[in-house]
Design a protein around this ligand. Structure first.
Ligand code: NAP
Length: 555
């Protein structure tokens, strides 16, 4: 069946269709309106929020400080919003994004409860046909994906899961109604960022929580605290400085580089600096201690051992402490941030199962069988991660020129230029697409949205205009991703199922999913791209659309 035959008739045409109402989609609405384009945003959920809509699990909160995990495009928005805590909870993030949607009257352009099933490029029309799960079709000139990095959850792949009769909860599809753990025996599958945020909260009320760990995470203390009026006022007064720091920082955090390296620093001074970073909490342990932790194995080893020693000091049982100690270098998997995670293992109602010595044999009706025995659980929580970054686009029927599917285009790993566009997919843009920076997401999104706005303005100048990257530029960008990766220690993540190398999903190509050259360098790339008139991209009249138009005019 051809692409045209299997989509229902189109009801409405928009200049742009956006997929996803998280940070990226909302910011894109604002940008497109400024430029006078008609648009509609489709969102699978019943409200805005994206990641923060879906991830309602107990303990979900940002691990970036509130004042930089937000939008910078509106001074009024900055001035009127009161952040309650250093690292806001998921409900607080939903409040913020809901407020943005209301304040800028965005909901009228959003169609909720509408998951996109397919998006197909029609070359003769130079337009995209977008179809929802309900079978409604719309067309647009510009297709903009803002569907997130961590959207498609890994489902528990263990035998017998369907036989389990207790409550099985997926961390990123958490129910809206509160879940009570009181008196419940809970199994928590996974020990990544999600699970380590959840454990301390669930352990407060559950009868017992058993966490199933395959690879331990490095868990940095969040040191979260409520903000008071004086701190909020200081943040507001300093926003210009803050955004300038963000723009110049490798991970787009409002931090200044440490300007020192661990190599060659006397050992007692190293320990003093790491201690101070540990006390500050969150990613300050990595970015405000020494600048060579990602590139120098010896320096990294010292930072990694420092964390292991903290674990040994906090966790009373030495055997459990050793199981919680990662043996791979810090950062080759994304470190997690939590509050009182390691302390939990001193509680009587928390236990750890090391899946390397006691793999899950099967699920049963009443629980999970491991170590040769059935263990009963009332609730099983799956926090097994995501088909990250590429999964959102390879899991819908997305077809570019000549019916090429994104799944096929990316069969050997993602191919993009600047993480923005893919050759063969004209006028399709990605916000936080693969091969864009691994960094604090909202500033990266804002950089991408501004670039997309400019690109669309250029295309708009041309009748039947179409833009796509040149294959050479795409190949060059891919080679560049690998050069950068090889200049770091991060390729070691392949051995420990690192998701940003595609190594957490069986059969997924092991290819770096991010630009690791630093958000600051990337913002420079985007600026140079705009200044050069989008070098590496072809912008011109779509030849097939032009021919079709001439034919129509002649008949
Ligand atoms: P994740 O980091 O991929 O962790 C998944 C966990 O499940 C890992 O412990 C993994 O073990 C385990 N696992 C997966 N498949 C398994 C299997 N077949 N058998 C046994 N164990 C298995 O996923 P996540 O915790 O959801 O976090 C993903 C990302 O989301 C984070 O890195 C972060 O970027 C983001 N996140 C951010 C926040 C925040 O900002 N506060 C919170 C949560 C998540 P292995 O390590 O052995 O694969």
């Amino acid at each position: 069946m051809s692409a045209a035959e299997d989509t229902p008739p189109v009801s409405t045409h928009f200049d742009a269709i956006i997929i996803g109402a998280g940070f990226g989609g909302l910011r894109m609405i604002y940008e497109l309106r400024q430029r006078g384009l008609s648009l509609r945003l489709f969102e699978a959920a019943s409200d805005v929020g994206g990641t923060w809509y879906w991830n309602r699990y107990p303990g979900a909160r940002t691990d970036t400080e509130a004042w930089a995990y937000c939008f910078s495009f509106s001074k009024e928005l900055q001035d009127e919003w009161d952040w309650p805590e250093r690292m806001p909870t998921a409900p607080q993030m939903r409040d913020y994004l809901g407020h943005v949607a209301d304040r800028f009257d965005m909901r009228k352009d959003i169609q909720f409860n509408s998951r996109i099933r397919s998006a197909i490029y029609n070359e003769a029309e130079n337009s995209w046909t977008v179809t929802t799960e309900h079978g409604d079709s719309f067309s647009c000139t510009y297709l903009i994906s803002a569907s997130g990095l961590l959207t498609i959850p890994v489902k528990p792949p263990f035998p017998g899961v369907d036989d389990y009769q207790g409550e099985l909860l997926l961390s990123s599809r958490w129910p809206k109604e509160p879940v009570s753990f009181a008196g419940k025996r809970v199994a928590l599958l996974g020990s990544g960022s999600t699970a380590v945020q959840m454990l301390p909260v669930i352990a407060r009320s559950a009868e017992h929580v058993t966490i199933f760990q395959r690879t331990p995470s490095y868990v940095l203390p969040g040191r979260n605290y409520p903000l008071d009026d004086a701190e909020r006022e200081e943040i507001r007064t300093n926003y210009d400085k803050l955004w300038s720091q963000v723009r110049n920082h490798v991970f787009a955090f409002p931090m200044t580089p440490a300007n020192r390296i661990a190599r060659g620093t006397p050992s007692d001074e190293q320990q003093r600096v790491f201690e101070s970073g540990w006390e500050k909490g969150g990613f300050r342990y990595i970015f405000e201690t020494f600048d060579d932790l990602l590139v120098d194995e010896e320096s990294n080893a010292i930072a990694s051992e420092f964390v292991r020693n903290k674990i040994r000091a906090i966790v009373d049982d030495p055997k459990t402490a050793e199981l919680l100690c990662p043996t791979y270098p810090l950062m080759v998997k994304r470190p997690a941030v939590s509050n009182f995670y390691y302390e939990c293992f001193n509680k009587e109602n928390v236990s750890l199962v090391d899946l390397n010595s006691q793999p899950i044999e099967t699920f049963s009706e009443t629980g999970i069988r491991y170590g040769g025995e059935n263990h009963e659980f009332d609730i099983v929580i799956s926090a097994l991660g995501f088909d990250a970054v590429t999964g959102t686009l390879t899991n819908i029927d997305l077809r570019g020129r000549n019916g090429l599917t994104m799944k096929d285009r990316w069969a050997e790993g993602p191919r993009t230029y600047l993480g923005m566009m893919v050759d063969g997919f004209p006028n399709m843009f990605m916000i936080s697409g693969p091969q864009s920076p691994f960094a604090n997401i909202p500033p990266v999104i804002e950089g991408a949205v501004l670039w997309i706005g400019e690109a669309i303005a250029q295309i708009q100048k041309i009748e039947n205009g179409a833009m796509e990257p040149n294959p050479e530029a795409v190949e060059r960008w891919r080679a560049h991703m690998n050069e950068i990766l090889d200049a770091t220690i991060l390729r070691k993540g392949e051995a420990v199922h690192c998701w940003f190398l595609g190594a957490n999903i069986p059969g997924k190509p092991h290819e770096v999913l991010f630009y690791l050259g630093g958000a600051n360098q990337y913002f420079g790339e985007l600026d140079r791209s705009k200044e050069s008139g989008f070098s590496g991209f072809t912008i011109g009249a779509s030849p097939r659309a032009r021919d079709a138009m001439l034919e129509r005019q002649a008949s």
